[in-house]
Write a protein that binds this ligand. Sequence first.
Ligand code: 6PG
Length: 253
Amino acid sequence: MSRPAEIEVVADGEAPARRAAEAFASAARRAVSERGLFTVALSGGATPRAAYGLLAAEPLRSAIAWERVHLFWGDERCVPPEHSDSDYGMAHEALIAHVPIPPENVHRLHGEDDPGEAARAYAAELRSAVPARAASRADLPVLDLVLLGLGDNGHTASLFPHSAALHETERLVVATEVDAAVRRRLTVTVPVINAAREVVFLVQGAAKADVVRRVLEGPYEPDELPAQLVAPDPGRLTWLLDEAAASALDRGR
Ligand code: 6PG
């Protein structure tokens, strides 16, 4: 049974990005001291860019043992890495190009390859680069941290409403077609997200207020709201919201 999510509402502006960057840095410190490495899946979209920029700047840049960090992605668009829609490309511009992370520690999804091939290859890379939980039956790779965003239709990573990907229980990564500007995507599946030690949603802006309320306080309807499938067990789930994104929540008003 997964534990209840923690909801952290921070002031608008740069506070959410700073809080997300701090969460990344503390998860990295904990993982490196306990297991000698830190495995994290980054999210795409626009929201996390500011947090990635804070990780690439002092004081956080020097606070992180980049040689022990392994970057993954929760999803990717089926475009080449230099394409303006590439999630890897955004992270490279905002973070990777500015920190001393060894290139072999950057495990990007190959959006430029055949989607089925790329999904199979990434699942193999996750299995080989991310340790499983000791004596766990499913031998799922256990990421130390998964960063997620939330689409205004309730999607997260590239798990979109009514998609077959939502019900995938065997494969770690699938190719999928979604109702978005960039239709062909690669995404990790729910079991990978829910095996993580920690999952953090970073959601900002009034435009997300209604979907945040529906996901957190509305009826459980994961086919409509795939973000409701995120329930790490035994890992920790935190929703990092700015005031505007949290403005429709009851939250004991
Ligand atoms: C992507 C992301 C996606 C994103 C949401 C929110 O590749 O687009 O993985 O899940 O997090 O769509 O995007 P914004 O932060 O741009 O609102």
